[in-house]
Every structure is written in C-alpha cells, then in structure tokens.
Design a protein. Structure first.
Length: 282
C-alpha cells in the first residue's frame, strides 16, 4: 500500500515544525493501519485525511466564478444568455439578477463558495447526516477566503439555527459545524444561540416554492436579551437554494437591530429556483 506524506500546508499546525512533523507521522501511520475509501467516489485514500474525501473530489467542486449578482451572488451566467463581458472576471459593482432587480432581501448581500451540484451535494450530505467536523473546517477555510475576497465586513458570526426538536433528533446543527470554525478563522465572536427557529420545518420531504417560503416566513427570532443592536452579522448556512431561509433569518436579525446581515453559504443552487430544486436545508 502506498503511503505518502501530506504537505505541511494541508493542515494548520500552529507554525510549530515539531507538531507539524508529529501530525504528518501520525497521519502516515493511520493510513497504514486504517485504510479508508473516499466517501464520495470510493477510491482508496492514499493519504490519511481528516476530511474523508479524496483530492480529486474536493477539486471537482465548482467555485462560483465570473460576474455575480452584486446582491445575492448568483452567477450572471445563470440568467444572462449574452456573451461574457469584456471585463472577464472583474466584478461590475451594479450587476443585479432578475430577482434582485424586482425585490429586496432581508440580507444586504449573500455569497457562496461553490455550485450545489455533483460531488458537493454528496459532501453536504456527509456533513449534515454524519457530523464530519473536519469537513466543516475545510468548508470554513474556503468561506474565510471568500469573505476576504469579497471584503465582507462583520462583527459577529451566527449560524442558521435548526428548530430545537430537529437539533435534538440530529444531535447537532450542520451550519454550526461550518460557522464555528469560520468565526475562529476570522477572529470574530461566535453567537451559536443568538438566533432560534421558533417554528419547525414541515415534515414533508419536498416543498414547493410557495411552501418553502411559507415554512420560513416569521419562523426565526433572536433570543430575548441577545445583543445584536448595531452589529454587522455574518449569517452562515450550508446551502442557499431560494434564499428564503437566509432572508427570514436576516429579517429577524434586522428587526432586533442588526446593522447589516451578510449571508454566507458553502453551496449555492445556481439554477433558477423555479426549476424545482428540492429544499434540502433544515
Ligand atoms: Zn473521491
Ligand atoms: Zn441577485
């Protein structure tokens, strides 16, 4: 069996070369003793990885590129059928998608790491139902880069909450697995329980567009006594589909006095929401 050492840059080791070496050695040993398959493509992982997904699958995620809607972050390629702009990947400041031209959101801006398709859908499922925390940290590192790239300014980080009943059943909130390490990476205070879901999602597996909006409208509130007044909030979730959940959360935060709300998600359903995507969130 091939054993190869991970690059030092693959994992933070607090800058300590001895600690780094120990991590590398432990990884190599683990990969010999406990060979594992990539949880997406099932190829044997040749290096021990905390993230149980091979490099090829991770590299297959499709980061959102090119001009994006200035507000909701939807790639222009999904609604514009015209030729690509001459400015290449430069971001025009005022480009808006049809939905953002027609109405306004509860959040100020939303951005996502990659398109919700193929291997990323399976990775999100792993995060959501198997609590793979290293994958949450991997996503957090990419969201940190995204926050820097788009100069997203915030004072606190808040996860989109589950209803307490759902959280009790699952034992954790998948948004928390991303938002908590992200807050640490950004050096911002983390407010895990600032926002609560007061009304559960309907039990139906697939919701229509209207049901989806109805199910989240007014379904979130800030916890009494929580301090959000005049703060800029970074609101984190795994997937943005219609934007209804981020919108409802942002409205609750704004009602409690938040100065601004930026939605940040790992994945973005880049097809038009009317195409009938399944609401996988919550
Ligand atoms: Zn793979
Ligand atoms: Zn938009």
């Amino acid at each position: 069996m091939a054993v190869s050492f991970r690059r030092m840059s693959d994992r933070p080791t607090s800058g300590n070369p001895v600690a780094g070496w120990l991590v590398e050695a432990a990884d190599a040993l683990t990969s010999v003793l406990f060979p594992a398959d990539c949880r997406i493509c099932e190829r044997l992982l040749l290096t021990s990885r905390r993230v149980p997904i091979c490099e090829a699958c991770l590299q297959s995620f499709a980061p959102l590129q090119g001009p994006l809607c200035a507000t909701c972050g939807l790639p222009a390629s999904t609604w514009s059928l015209g030729p690509p702009s001459q400015s290449g990947h430069q971001q025009p400041a005022d480009i808006l998608c049809p939905a953002c031209r027609m109405g306004s959101w509860g959040f100020d801006r939303a951005r996502s790491f990659a398109e919700y398709k193929n291997a990323l859908i399976r990775a999100i499922v792993l995060l959501k139902f198997e609590q793979i925390e290293p994958l949450g940290r991997w996503f957090a590192e990419h969201l940190r880069a995204l926050a820097n790239q788009h100069n997203l300014q915030a004072d606190i980080v808040v996860p989109v909450p589950l209803h307490r009943q759902r959280q009790r059943e699952r034992g954790y909130n998948q948004a928390d697995l991303i938002a908590r390490p992200l807050a640490r990476l950004l050096g911002l205070p983390y407010r895990a329980v600032l926002l609560v879901r007061t009304r559960p999602r309907p039990n139906k597996q697939v919701l229509t567009l209207e049901e989806r909006w109805d199910s989240v409208r007014g379904a979130f509130a800030t916890r009494p006594g929580s301090q959000v007044d005049n703060l800029r909030v970074l609101l984190v979730d795994d997937v943005m589909t219609t934007g209804a959940t981020l919108d409802a959360c942002a409205r609750a935060l704004r009602a409690a006095g938040a100065k601004s709300v930026i939605g940040l998600t790992v994945a973005r359903a880049a097809r038009h929401p009317l195409a009938g995507l399944v609401e996988s969130n919550q």
